[in-house]
Design a protein around this ligand. Structure first.
Ligand code: WTA
Length: 635
């Protein structure tokens, strides 16, 4: 039996038991046998959830890029590491071998060093899905700089908030990007953002769309000429196991986005180990995850997890609808993709178009299908299973978070019997718990509760950058000695988990986490707005869509509501990005509040979801009279 590659259901149970009974011994064996270290660790695990503090492999020395690149060179140097599929299907795909990746990462890392970037400095990466994105991430890791990738759909304001929060010294961007028929502008968004960012010394600009952009003398540099001059060898910086690897921002219930900090060794080991098993990856496979590297899924399962296993990982620049809704399947056929990992929202969007976009393609190379990011509904699950997997490829419904770094609850394909809408069983080493309203653990099966994790796992985020107190308050204060996920879940009669959704004020729209507070802050900046509240309501493609209730300062009679709606959505686009735009905006005379003045979102959520008949007792509200009015004018 191999602890590293689990192939049978029985093995899963054995290995799981081992990982829980003696976690230190278990992870030590994995670390020892499957990774490259420059110095052995002094202790495997030190932890205290009350502080909270977690250290894996303390004292161990390594560099993640040596594990992801250098160690494959003798055996897989000419194998494709990154397979880049451009937006335009007539443009050739680019096969970057492990040798080439090594050279390009070293060159890029030398450029970073030349521009004064040192170990521990923060580098913000704001790039479309082009090879430079993966390469710049790895180049930072090569020299020990902390990368903070910001999804290229975020606005200049969202970008500057993130740059300032982590005090980045450099931005890496491009002259733009291709997305379907559109080109997107990036450099002018960066320029705008940098008006508010005093700490940025240099901007490196990759050329992709050859557009005319502004280059500021002494600050902005075209990347290619610098790379051309750079040496293609660079010894990797020696990092401590617990040295920071990256910061990635995620939305919170309140306040500004949280910069989740991930460290080196634990993250590497867990993403590599989950990748191997959750996708049952074997040497000649071609693995494709459709996420953007701007999100955690891209970090862990396009870049680090696959490369740590010496895999071929596909990077797709475009969108599923261009040139038509068959594009994903065209790519699967063209590159003989064996594992395909996407989000439920993409599946729903494609299912809506009908099977004529899938049927013409040969998808027989596929072995494993995956989903992530939000609950998958039964209909989408079956569509995926029947039309893409031809009932022949197990679907792994993987539950995890930016904060968890890697996959936490998932079937192991060909081992765990799948069940639609269930993420099924905890991955090796993961100890979930369901908690009730009183803070007690709910034992047994056929129960539900709030999902927590009882014991540290290697890839958990260690803190929120610059705000450890917030880390403690958000994740370790709801329940004693537990990590609280913010999700609700149920456990069925055999112990399978089904994630039921967020129990806080984060709403997942098309797989993107959006914090209601940030959106409300943007709306409230409008001079006509007095107050606002955002809730989610079910949407057949996006999973959830956003419904905004807005009260106006002068009850708005004199203003054209349609214009106001446009202005509000424009504000949201400017402050956050188009992904946070509201589907519906209802102007109301007041918002239902508790006597202590808290907006009762639960009531607003029910109304927006057409469940106004289930409001329960509203008589204890401060202003119960506004509720009927809101119901009467629902959009
Ligand atoms: C949700 C994405 C149901 C969940 C990796 C979680 C899911 C949040 C699933 C994290 C799933 C993720 N089933 N819900 N398989 N996967 N979620 O940080 O609410 O972007 O807390 O990480 O997405 O989103 P994040």
């Amino acid at each position: 039996m191999s602890n590293y590659h689990i192939k049978q259901f029985e093995e899963y149970f054995q290995v799981y038991r081992k990982s829980v009974r003696n976690p230190e011994q278990f992870w030590e064996e994995i670390a020892e046998e499957h990774f490259m270290w420059q110095k052995r660790w002094d202790s495997v695990l030190e932890w205290d959830f009350t502080k909270p503090e977690v250290k894996w492999f303390k004292g161990g020395k390594l560099n993640i890029t040596e594990n992801c690149i250098d160690r494959h060179l003798p055996t897989r140097g000419d194998k494709t590491a990154i397979l880049f599929e451009p937006n335009n299907p007539t443009e050739d795909a680019e096969h970057i071998t492990y040798h080439q990746l090594h050279q390009r990462v070293c060159q890029f890392a030398n450029v970073l060093k030349d521009k004064g970037i040192k170990k521990g400095d923060r580098v913000c990466i704001y790039l479309p899905m082009i090879p430079e994105l993966a390469i710049s991430v790895l180049a930072c890791a090569r020299i020990g700089a902390i990368h903070s990738v910001v999804f290229a759909g975020f606005s200049s304001k969202a970008l500057s908030t993130r740059i300032n929060d982590c005090d980045a010294k450099m931005v890496i961007t491009s002259d733009g990007g291709y997305r379907g028929q559109k080109t997107i502008d990036l450099k002018s968004i960066v320029d705008d953002a940098l008006n508010d960012c005093k700490g940025i010394e240099n901007v490196l600009v990759a050329k992709r769309i050859h557009s005319n952009i502004n280059m500021k003398d002494g600050r902005d540099y075209w990347l290619q000429p610098l790379l051309d001059k750079a040496n293609n060898h660079l010894k990797a910086e020696v990092m401590d196991a617990e040295d920071p690897l990256f910061i990635l921002y995620t939305s919170g219930s309140t306040g500004k986005p949280k910069g989740m900090l991930h460290t080196t060794a634990g993250y590497m080991i867990f993403t590599a180990y989950t990748f191997k098993n959750v996708f049952q990856y074997t040497e000649d496979d071609v693995y494709w995850c459709t996420a953007d590297i701007g999100w955690i899924t891209g970090h862990s399962y396009i870049v680090y997890g696959p490369l740590a296993n010496g895999a071929t990982t596909v990077m797709f620049e475009g969108v599923p609808s261009y040139p038509d809704f068959g594009r994903f399947w065209d790519i699967v056929q063209k590159h003989k993709v064996t594992q395909f990992y996407t989000a439920p929202t993409a599946i729903r969007a494609l299912a809506k178009q009908g099977t004529e976009f899938v049927d013409p393609y040969d998808l027989s190379s596929l072995k494993v299908l995956g989903t992530v990011g939000e609950p998958i509904n039964e209909e989408a699950w079956h569509w995926y299973n029947e039309n893409v997997g031809k009932k022949n490829s197990p679907i792994v419904d993987t539950w995890w978070q930016t904060e968890t770094g890697g996959i936490m609850i998932t079937p192991i394909p060909f081992s765990t019997p799948t069940k639609p809408t269930y993420a099924t069983l905890p991955f090796i080493g993961v100890q979930p718990a369901l908690m009730d309203e009183n803070g007690d653990e709910v034992k047994g099966n056929q129960v539900d509760g709030r999902l927590c994790i009882k014991f540290p796992w290697p890839s958990m985020a260690r803190t929120i950058w610059g705000n450890h107190q917030r880390y403690k308050d958000t994740y370790f204060s709801a329940y004693d000695n537990m990590y609280f996920t913010g999700d609700g879940a149920l456990r069925d009669e055999v112990g399978y988990y089904r994630i039921t959704g967020r129990v806080d004020d984060v709403i997942i729209v098309s797989g993107h986490n959006l914090g209601t507070a940030t959106i409300e802050d943007a709306i409230n900046e409008h001079q006509a707005v007095a107050e606002s509240a955002i809730v989610g309501f079910p949407h057949d493609v996006k999973g959830n869509a956003l419904y905004g209730y807005v009260t106006l300062k002068d009850s708005g009679e004199s203003r054209n509501h349609d214009n106001l709606r446009k202005e509000i959505n424009q504000l949201i686009t400017d402050r956050i990005g188009p992904i946070a735009k509201l589907d519906k905006i209802q102007f109301t005379e007041g918002l239902p509040k508790t006597r202590s003045g808290k907006i009762m979102r639960r009531i607003l959520r029910k109304i927006a979801s057409n469940e106004a008949d289930q409001l329960g007792d509203i008589s204890t509200l401060l202003n119960p009279e506004v509720v009927q009015n809101i119901i009467d004018h629902k959009l």
